[in-house]
Design a protein around this ligand. Structure first.
Ligand SMILES: [Cu+2]
Length: 164
C-alpha cells in the first residue's frame, strides 16, 4: 500500500478509528506496544513527524497477519461491530450463534444484492453465502475498497468492511 495511505498525521480521527479496528483485526494492540516500547515512545517524540508516521505504519503493517476479525450474528441481527476496517489480505470470520437463524450473506444493503468489483467471490453473488446456526465461515478480503454486506433474509442486517 502507499506509504501514507492511512494519513495518520493529517487525519487524527481516521487514525483513532484505524487503531480501534486494528485491535480487532489483530494489529498490534496499544497496551502491548506502549508497555514494551515505553522508552522508545519517548524517543519517538523527538523525531520528526514523518518519522513517527513511518514507525506507526511499520508497527501496524507488521502485525496485520495475525488472527482473523470476527463478525457475529444472532437470530436476525449482527450482534457485534457492523463497521470494520481491516488490512487487505485479512480473513474475516463470520460466526452465526448456535442459537441463531440461517443467514444468507451477500454484497449489498438492506437485503438487496449489489455486486462489487473486488469483493470476495463467496459474497459477490445473488446466491449469497448461506450460514447456518452454529456455523462459521472464513472470508478473505484481498482487494482494497469499502464493502457493504447484507443478509437477504434479514434486511436490517448490514455491515460495512473497509479494506485498506
Ligand atoms: Cu440474516
Amino acid at each position: 500500500m502507499p506509504r501514507y495511505a492511512h494519513s495518520h498525521g493529517r487525519y487524527p480521527t481516521l487514525c483513532s478509528a484505524h487503531r480501534w479496528s486494528s485491535a480487532i483485526a489483530g494489529c498490534s494492540n496499544t497496551t502491548t506496544t506502549s508497555g514494551a516500547n515505553g522508552p522508545m515512545r519517548k524517543y519517538m517524540m523527538s523525531l520528526s513527524l514523518a518519522g513517527v508516521i513511518a514507525l506507526t505504519l511499520a508497527a501496524c503493517g507488521g502485525s496485520s497477519t495475525s488472527g482473523p476479525t470476527i463478525i457475529t450474528m444472532g437470530t436476525s441481527t449482527f450482534t457485534g461491530s457492523t463497521s470494520l476496517t481491516i488490512h487487505q489480505g485479512t480473513t474475516v470470520k463470520f460466526a452465526d450463534a448456535a442459537s441463531g437463524a440461517t443467514h444468507i450473506l451477500m454484497m449489498g444493503a438492506n437485503g438487496m444484492y449489489g455486486g462489487m468489483m473486488g469483493a470476495p467471490n463467496m459474497l459477490n453473488s445473488s446466491m449469497g453465502m448461506t450460514i447456518s446456526p452454529g456455523q462459521t465461515m472464513m472470508v478473505t478480503f484481498t482487494t482494497p475498497g469499502t464493502y457493504h454486506i447484507t443478509c437477504s433474509i434479514h434486511p436490517d442486517m448490514n455491515v460495512t468492511i473497509t479494506v485498506r
